[in-house]
Design a protein around this ligand. Structure first.
Ligand code: PRX
Length: 684
């Protein structure tokens, strides 16, 4: 590949690339890049796959080891026919991840006075700066306090907190004393919290009194108490103490606005401040084996019951640290901001562990993108001089709706790298991010990964990888992707099929908590010898990977494999469309056909001529085979609280299946009724 830049940094397609434009960041931005060009990427990638022992031994050198590894770096079995599935990385070495992300920065790298986090509250009036010294002291205090409550190595601690400093303190305190944290996103219901507490048999819960999300006050403690009540009713109460941070009462309310009734159980509940009072801020870390568990994080499963994904200490530490450094091309003067919530894997890996392992300065944001105004994200970028910014396509599409004007009020010239994660990004959103947010200076790094992968597995590197809008491009170091057909055979060259990985990398999950059978059946049984992502993928002629959506979102129309994501991208290109979601619906002749939900931009009208234009758009972009049979106006789409569209629900609406099952993970269940009442009976 030898892209040539024109004055806008767009790469002029060569003769073999008639359709696809590639983009390359401007040279001046990356004079000191860790991976300066594509050849350098290829050389490092080669080393990581052909000499993995040396490659990872080099990476490990930067970290502190209480006891160095003596055996092989990596041991594994990916083949269910050869016995249990397992992955072990640097087994026998002893270390502590909390020590490595804090003490090492303070004592060995002299970063004690450096800012670890700029905490920015839901309201712009609330903010706090936390240095590495302060972070270390607060984590140690919390670690000692947990010990006072009887928490010891291997115990599970449930954390149900908003995006406040205590969330970071608590997770790192667990890591310091060898307890396993299980963070539950603070937007989940009491039922979901209870289910997760019981599954992991947590004996401590850490929560807060309340939190504002935008202008909505949420009584977290009430939800937490209800969850504990539910656990009790199931005769499975394992939680002995519930620690409560006075976040709302102390930080965010005036007397007049503190209307929260905080339910209180004297036998169980204890205020955070009372617990920390007089506790020492020094705490010797627990030295952990590489393969001791670090945390459990629940992710939804196709059966409806969430799976407790288990990650262990050393592999996760090395992998999140290395991906953070290369994928964001991290340098010490960066100010980095990931807008995810720590309740999800993105926050675990790229707000807490990865950035701290590198001694980075990050923004920790409690709020939402459109409160108190639609320019809030841009305001924060200007305020802290953010240079590396990482967000989700859903946030980009939301902000696109408000146009350029809210951005033009702020100075975004500090930005260097823009990242996205979580779902396929449609080219229209990608280009808006690139053109309007990054002002054509900043590469858009589309990172593909999963809760299960621990860190990025397919991703561009900012200075090295020519970009194609909508492609997560190439594998990260040590990652060996393959594409399989329906028969489990690897397909070479340009191809489409199941995305799998041939070998483990250090950050891959080690199991489903308490359920080896589910671990093996979900990820390894379909295609023995491979880790199966559950995503569909296309590889183009340049070897670039394009995630086409979950395999269950693939559909076969008249014998042609189509991806819903592809059709969605086409629909989203229409200037009237804000967002689109496409599902399959059975069809008497074609087998399956396309049922499309489209959300229009403000003040746009849904009518027959728009439907015709949309059909034309899809035909133009993909071909007549992909012409939608149904197009429904959708004022809103059913989304989880993390912004993922629940396609299962859309499929059921499209098929007129009224028994919708569990809708508790939906952010706004009312949307479903509206969509049902307006569903299309006849083809468009
Ligand atoms: O379908 C893929 C999609 O999100 C799934 C993983 O979701 P989760 O475990 O919640 O983790 C999200 C944050 C890492 C994947 O199986 N996904 C994630 N990133 C991308 C993506 N799809 C397309 N492009 C991406 N960059």
């Amino acid at each position: 590949m030898s892209p040539v830049s024109d004055s806008t940094n767009r790469v002029i397609p060569g003769p073999q690339e008639p359709e696809e434009k590639t983009y390359h960041p401007s040279d001046g931005l990356f004079t000191d890049a860790h991976v300066p060009d594509f050849d350098a990427y290829l050389a490092l990638y080669k080393k990581s796959t052909e000499e993995p022992e040396e490659f990872w031994a080099d990476v490990a050198q930067e970290f502190y080891w209480k006891k160095p590894a003596s055996g092989p770096m990596l041991q594994y079995n990916f083949d269910v026919n050869k016995g249990n599935i397992y992955i072990k990385f640097m087994e026998g070495a002893k270390t502590n991840i909390c020590y490595n992300v804090l003490d090492r920065n303070v004592h060995e790298r002299n970063l004690g006075e450096k800012v670890a986090y700029y905490w920015e509250g839901n309201s712009p009036d609330h903010h706090q700066t936390i240095t590495y010294n302060q972070l270390l002291r607060n984590v140690c205090r919390c670690a000692n306090a947990l010990k006072l409550l009887g928490v010891k190595k291997g115990d599970r601690v449930a954390i149900y907190l908003p995006m406040i400093p205590e969330l970071v303190y608590t997770m790192l305190a667990c890591a310091r004393i060898g307890a396993v944290h299980s963070i539950v996103f603070a937007g989940f219901s009491s039922e979901s919290l209870c289910e997760r507490i019981m599954d992991a048999q947590c004996n401590i819960l850490v929560t807060a009194d309340g939190v504002y999300r935008g202008d909505k006050l949420i009584n977290l403690k009430k939800i937490a108490s209800e969850a504990l009540e539910r656990c009790k009713e199931s005769m499975a109460l394992c939680v002995q103490k519930c620690v409560v941070v006075k976040h709302h009462a102390f930080r965010t309310s005036s007397d007049a606005s503190n209307k929260l009734q905080t339910p209180w159980d004297e036998s169980c509940d204890i205020w955070w401040d009372d617990l920390m009072d007089g506790v020492s801020d020094k705490c010797e870390p627990e030295w952990m084996d590489s393969e001791d568990p670090l945390f459990i994080l629940y992710t939804s499963g196709s059966t409806g019951k969430p799976k407790g994904v288990v990650h262990t200490v050393t592999g996760y530490m090395l992998y999140t640290s290395l991906t953070f450094k290369y994928v964001f091309d991290y340098h010490h003067d960066d100010v980095y901001w990931c807008t995810a919530d720590i309740g999800w894997i993105t926050g675990h890996s790229y707000i807490t562990y990865g950035p701290l392992a590198n001694g980075a300065t990050s923004v920790l944001f409690e709020g939402v993108p459109v409160y108190p105004h639609v320019g809030r994200l841009w305001e924060i970028i200007e305020k802290y001089g953010v240079s590396k910014f990482y967000t989700a396509p859903t946030a980009i599409r939301l902000l696109m709706k408000y146009g350029r004007e809210p951005l033009q009020r702020y100075d975004l010239s500090s930005l260097r790298v823009l990242g996205t994660v979580g779902e396929p990004i449609n080219p229209e959103a990608w280009l808006w991010y690139y053109d309007v947010v990054g002002q054509q200076r900043c590469p858009v790094i589309d990172t593909f990964w999963q809760t299960e992968t621990g860190g990025h597995v397919l991703t561009p590197l900012p200075a090295a990888t020519p970009l194609k809008p909508g492609s997560a491009t190439c594998p990260f170091f040590g990652v060996q992707p393959a594409i399989l057909n329906e028969h489990g055979e690897e397909v070479e060259g340009e191809a489409e099929g199941y995305l799998v990985f041939r070998k483990p990398w250090p950050g891959i999950m080690r199991g489903v908590y308490g359920n080896q059978e589910r671990f093996e059946s979900t990820y390894f049984r379909k295609f023995p010898g491979y880790y199966v992502t559950g995503d569909g993928c296309r590889r183009d002629k340049d070897g670039y990977y394009w995630i086409t959506g979950r395999i269950d979102d693939m559909l076969n129309v008249s014998g042609h494999l189509l991806s819903t994501a592809e059709v969605e991208a086409a629909l989203s290109e229409h200037p009237s469309v804000a967002e689109a979601a496409v599902v399959s619906r059975p069809h008497a002749v074609k087998g399956e056909c396309l049922y499309c939900f489209v959300t229009l931009k403000d003040h746009k009208e849904f009518n027959r001529s728009l439907m015709e234009e949309l059909k034309r758009k899809v035909r133009e972009k993909i071909g007549p085979i992909a012409t939608p049979d149904f197009i429904q106006n959708a004022p809103g789409l059913p989304k989880t609280r993390s912004g993922k569209i629940m396609r299962r629900v859309l499929r059921q609406i499209a098929r007129n299946e009224k028994d919708l099952g569990d809708l508790s993970t939906l952010a706004d269940p009312k949307v479903v009724e509206v969509l049902f009442s307006q569903r299309c009976e006849a083809a468009a």
